[in-house]
Ligand binder design. Structure first.
Ligand code: PMM
Length: 300
């Protein structure tokens, strides 16, 4: 499914991450000055990123909020430089004022992990700008988000909460075509919730919007790959697992994956696209594939 204003490449897109923060979970401190962050963004594009997501506030569990002025100081020059270099930039922010500054600096997508809940002005800013808007499933700020990871049926509840967010941002003037949804892996989710949401992508797609998946280097992958003593695999040793999630999510029809290491993921989305094209040509009827358990997001 294409999103107006962004490249339509007939495959799952790859969003490379540049966290301009001292403390992000997976890459904190590595790109914490303007030149290093811009160089990293350009490197990600050279490795095959279709978009670069620039964020100035860590959302790792337990993290405290960053003051507005500091967030602006971190992201604005990086977004301006990357945009001027022709990069399609997304801004990862929960603040309307940061989104506005980022859009003025050339950003083409607003990625709001709170889905408009953290700053009620955000949907109006996005509505006025007519840019694509990532509405992620979110139940609260990082300092206590783990305590909110309580679900009876995570896929149904996340779908329902996302549907309410969609209704809310539409009421603020955001267009249907602007909205991209995200299950918010790791945000108020235990590992089993993340796996159920990944398996439930086709159900989330029934909401009628493209889906973005952010599994890269998250704790649930490290836990899956824990050693014999139960010590989780470190985040930077989880890239192969991220790649596996990318291949499966793209095969299931995800619109985009958000990743820290771009090159292998850029290959994986191409593999998944070739796989999907071959399936469309295949003489095996769709019903038989469904019976074989190969569920996927239906093409619209
Ligand atoms: N995860 C993080 C930050 N931003 N944005 C979207 N849309 N989806 C995500 O899953 C997501 C996000 C946290 O990851 P990081 O701090 O390790 O980059």
């Amino acid at each position: 499914m294409a999103v107006p204003g962004l490249p339509d490449l007939g495959r799952c897109l790859v969003m490379g991450v540049v966290n301009v923060t001292p403390d992000s979970f997976s890459d904190g401190g590595r790109w914490f000055d303007v030149d290093a962050a811009v160089a990293r963004g350009l490197e990600l594009v050279a490795e095959g990123a279709d978009l670069v997501d620039v964020g100035g506030e860590s959302t790792r569990p337990g993290a405290a909020r960053v003051p507005l002025e500091e967030e602006l100081r971190r992201v604005t020059p990086v977004i301006r430089a990357l945009s001027q270099a022709g990069v399609v930039v997304s801004v990862d922010t929960m603040r309307a004022e940061v989104a506005e500054a980022a859009l003025a600096a050339g950003a083409r997508l607003v990625n709001d992990v709170s889905g408009g809940l953290a700053d009620p002005v955000m949907p109006r800013v996005v509505a006025a700008a007519r840019v694509p808007y990532v509405v992620m499933h979110w139940r609260g700020h990082s300092r206590d988000m783990d305590s909110r990871a309580i679900y009876a049926d995570v896929v149904t509840e996340v779908a329902e909460e996302l549907r309410k967010r969609v209704d809310s941002v539409l009421a603020e003037g955001v267009g249907e075509e602007q909205i991209v949804l995200d299950p918010g892996l790791g945000f108020s989710k235990q590992p089993e919730h993340n796996w159920e949401l990944l398996a439930g992508l086709p159900a989330l797609a029934e909401l009628g919007h493209p889906l973005i998946v952010g599994a890269s280097r998250k704790r649930f992958l490290g836990r899956l790959l824990a050693d014999q003593d139960g010590a989780p695999r470190s985040f930077d040793q989880s890239d192969d697992a991220t790649l596996a999630v990318t291949a499966l999510a793209a095969r299931a029809g995800a619109w985009c994956v958000r990743v820290h290491e771009v090159r292998p993921n850029a290959d994986a989305v191409r593999v998944a696209a070739a796989w999907r094209r071959a399936e469309k040509r295949s003489v095996i009827p769709a019903a038989a594939r469904q019976m074989a358990g190969q569920t996927e997001i239906r093409d619209r």
